[in-house]
Design a protein around this ligand. Sequence first.
Ligand SMILES: Nc1ncnc2c1ncn2[C@@H]1O[C@H](COP(=O)(O)OP(=O)(O)OP(=O)(O)O)[C@@H](O)[C@H]1O
Length: 716
Amino acid sequence: MSAGATLRTLVSAEKEIMKLSRTDKGAVYEFQHKFRQNPNNPGLHLKQLKGDLKLWSARVSADIRAIMLHIADHEYLLIDVKSRQAVYDDLDRYSYKVNRITGGIEVIDLEPVGDSIIGRLLPPEAEPLFATITDAQLLELGVAEPLLAHVRSVTNDEELLALLELAPQLTTDVLLALYDGKSYDQVRAQVTDPVRAEDQVDPDDLLAALTRPATQVTSADEALQAMLGESFDRWQIFLHPTQRRLVERPTTGATQVGGGPGTGKTIVALHRVAHLAAMLKPGTDKPILLTTFSRNLAADLRTRLIALGGQELLARVDIVNIDKLANQVVTEYKAGYGNQVVDDNQAVDHWRTFLAEIGEKKWEAEFLNAEWVHVILGQVLNSRNDYFTARRPARGRPIVREERDEIWRLTERFTAWLDKQRVWTWRQIAAEAARLEMERAKRIEAGADPTVRHRYRHVVVDEAQDLSAAHWKMLRAMVAVGSDDMFLVGDTHQRIYDNHVTLSNLGIDIRGRSARLTLSYRTTREILAVALEMMTGEVYDDLDGGEDGLAGYRSLLRGGRPVFQGAGTWAQEMAMIAAQLRVWGNPVDGSVAICVPTRDLVAEVTAKLQDDGVQVIEIGPDGPNGGEGVHVGTMHRFKGLEYQRMIIAGVGDGLVPRQMINQYRDVEPKRYQRERQRDRSLLFVAATRARDELAVFWHGTPSPFLTHRLVRQQAA
Ligand SMILES: Nc1ncnc2c1ncn2[C@@H]1O[C@H](COP(=O)(O)OP(=O)(O)OP(=O)(O)O)[C@@H](O)[C@H]1O
């Protein structure tokens, strides 16, 4: 019996496969299966194509041929599928080369490029788009060599787009960045360097090139099956080289991946989980924790992980949102502990009642609650002495030792009082869980009880920007420090809960192991530009005491210009919302959403639209509440969601940012800054949920986060 073969599919071939009819797609699947078993099966008609040693064709069906690169002995790469006739037309059309910068294989079908660009005489007045950059620089940035002449001849947007249709990923990325006005140095640093090969590139060694992250291929049968099926999502199969590198790289310790909205951080986290799971010894336990901030996001991770690896993968992974995890820990130790858990923002009301009951007037409930939440619970302080020496970053006015003493005593009385009411908060649970897990970790380190082990071998965290210090302490204690222990993805520009941490102070050392994704797969360039403009002037942290930015954040998708429009009154603004929905055809398939700053506005928009006969679905804590309709929710609810078209309404002064934060402006300027930044992030999150179209409305004075330029667009 003849030996089997390895057949991988190149990302560009997938585009052609997707264009085929269902029957033909099925034939491709059959073909791949047979080919892998025995490439010399006579039914496959495997043959070398004339004039090129490496190009081979094989029979997929009566009319369709597969075109493959023969890389080495039993190693083939599917680069295209074509009608039988077209295969023999012109083999010179295929250029395949190892890119000298990324080390990945790039296959280009030059024929369509030629149709649209070469052979056309440049009119004398047309200035080439890339006139100021040299050939050497283009090559140094990673532009595919066979396309160099074509790049030179591009004179307008249309020609550029036609070229990019067929260009390899890095060429597309580099040219768009240059077209956006980025300098050679910026493109090199932001686009090229992140995908540069780590080893020496030998352009003749196709075999080495095949395994580099820059060669976007799939080889798994299931992946192919998914691709041919109805519910295929591209992310399940093809990762961007920067994404793949992060997924597969072994790490010596905690690793953090940042990057703007829609850059695939969650996708990377999911693939990382699958990658770690593939390396586990067989078993029935769940040594991998995949966690995130909220309940609906955890549910979403679960759905996507099943899409990626099925029940088999799910069986090895614990997926749970962070507060539920903390609660599980606490209940495990305190079985039957029946306190009711209340929302953290209700705690301040409890403080008020408590202070009134004990006749305490010196301290304000708001201040004590913030001190309790952010300093005492936030840092898991266990004693008065700990509190005396605790740092109080971003807490506004300093307090002296006697005051700390008073506050400590008051919080002790308060927690006892809460306990009597049979109530506690999520923050308390997180602090308690952290304390319990840290004690457990100490017991493990001391080797006191060999039956006690760390709960997990790997911890993967999505939305890392929203976790509190107590959450991090708990997670740190759940996994032994070492290789591949923690993998965190998040974006501080999207922090919408008031949790600020410095990971190195919490035993999580990410120095030298942080990376950033910059290519958005979700939003158009036009939406991205306005979202970035809303962030103007704000400084964000990197979760570890430094600063993070959005430099290099970009998209390859294009769309219409976002709409900015103000109204005189809220009633008029609601009429604008209804009118915009009509323009979009009032779709009820879940592709359109309206986002407003407050719950009251959600209720009012819902009532107005329902009066107009429009079906509406509210987005609750677990996501949209089922059924058909236009989705409506507050900005907080939009984290992790995606819509084709979105309206963000109520973006006026006093609503975005919230009026109430002005009380802190003079008395607690740091807090004021934090709260303002949080509101800005909420707007940023909302704007970056839109994939194709975005409309931003307000009544009265527009939000100060909308720059003059954006507001002026309404007149344009
Ligand atoms: N390699 C890829 N190929 C195709 N689509 C991708 C790829 N990576 C990400 N996407 C798509 O981009 C969108 C955003 O991905 P994802 O949710 O992982 O981004 P994110 O960085 O976590 O976003 P956010 O910060 O806004 O939560 C999704 O629709 C996802 O399917």
